[in-house]
Design a protein. Structure first.
Lengths: 274, 274
């Protein structure tokens, strides 16, 4: 049993009682959006950016959040105060609501879940081994709850001793299921620009200044990836993590690269100074 | 408030109390499967076929139903007895379960919902107007709960005064969101065979014998559709319904076709004799 609390539609309830009727369109039709951010020392990091994306996702899916930004911020704060966890993840979910016919959108259900979360700095040196998978996410710019492929392929990851998937569309690199991807080649840092979810951490990295290094949005292929000097992923919880291999073949030296390391330090400073 | 009952994990509860924790993978990640059939005069029609598909979907998504077929049949029967509705729809949903990290599959939740359902014979003469949409369903042979596109596009249907979508993959016709599609041309009845959900009603139609008519699985294009003599959809609730137009252009005479009508009568007889 959890002793934490969850926000549902204006109420703060024990996590053990945080339930939705099975008529909700998330259960009936996988219809919902979410966003996911972290608090560091009690502060929700880059929350304006996450709000921008969350309100955009809701709009794209014809879901009415029912709260303006000030009200949503208040709702989050009331949960933060109740749970009182300094370093945590925050997940804001908006579902299609209790649909009478199991098909039409109803009044959406708004759920906010908080869980303790400590960033593990040591994971940086372990790096990641990725497994490529030919898959284009549907509605790629919207943060929907659709993770059918990623979850279904977990046993394959285990079998291949890989840490995560790298989605590509017939050879054009896209993203990981829960992270964006970057490669470094000849002092150029590239991240795909087509049919991807625009990560908040990704956008922060695109704005980092690093001497003699260009950082830009530009599509690239699996071949480019295999021949990169360095590669890394970015995500709200993992920050920057180096990629050591793709499909069993080492990328660069198979250790954290110089530019990856420099960007990671700048990103962590940005988060700590927020 | 509903006075019907729902089955959840071995319990029969009031529909008003039929709830899942928000940690369920359906809410967190849109991860679940289902199947949908009807009872006529209390009999679940073609239930062995639906069971075949449901067990196959569960297997494809690494979800353990937790009941063998006899036990699942018993579970359904206990709900049918409790609700006592002669003509009804039955929806069996299996979700990814209460996941600790919101990502790994847990012990699935099994939910069975029943609702009154009467087949409306008059809908046959009204026919359907379809709107084509370029979209290939992911994991097409598995009956997952993913209906993101279909539900998101409901306002577009209304705007275009269309009844339903017709998915095609770059011009190759696939299916409707909740129905299979057939065309008739020169006494040949064709239904797509690639990357579709294999409907139970579709399979029954493929086995109908009609003098001088060939019925077979064969892919066709939007152009073939536009030039068809007749077209119709098939589904568990709608049986056979003629299609009168695609993207505003009439198909055939814009009335129920001769072969469509003959197949519909044979299908209804098959259901009534089950």
């Amino acid at each position: 049993m959890s002793n934490r609390y969850t926000y549902i539609n204006g109420q703060i309830v024990s996590e053990n009682d945080a339930k939705l009727l099975v008529t909700d369109l998330a259960v009936q039709r996988g219809y919902g959006i979410f966003d996911f951010l972290k608090t560091v020392n009690g502060k929700p990091i880059f929350i304006e950016d996450y709000f921008n994306r969350f309100y955009n996702s809701a709009n794209e899916m014809h879901l009415d959040i029912g709260l303006d930004r000030t009200e949503l911020y208040k709702a989050i704060n009331s949960l933060l105060e109740k749970n009182n966890i300094a370093n945590a993840s925050l997940k804001i979910i908006l579902t299609g609501g209790y649909s009478e016919d199991g098909y039409q959108i109803a009044k959406p259900n708004l759920v906010i879940v908080q869980a303790p979360f400590e960033y593990d700095k040591s994971s940086f040196n372990k790096g990641l081994n990725l497994l490529s998978h030919n898959y284009q996410r549907q509605l790629p710019t919207v943060k929907t709850i659709d993770y059918l492929q990623a979850i279904r392929l977990q046993p394959l990851l285990k079998l291949k001793q890989a840490d995560d998937l790298l989605y590509h569309n017939n050879g054009e690199v896209r993203e990981c299921p829960r992270a964006n991807i970057f490669i470094v080649k000849d002092n150029e840092v590239l991240t795909p620009n087509t049919d991807i979810l625009r990560g908040i951490t990704r956008s922060k990295i695109l704005n980092i200044n690093l001497d003699d290094v260009t950082i830009k949005e530009q599509d690239f292929t699996l071949d480019d990836f295999a021949n990169a000097d360095e590669a890394f992923i970015s995500s709200s919880t993992k920050n920057i993590l180096p990629v050591f291999s793709l499909d069993g073949k080492a990328i660069g030296t198979g250790t954290p690269g110089k530019i990856t390391t420099a960007l990671s330090e700048k990103l962590l400073a940005m988060i700590n100074n927020y």
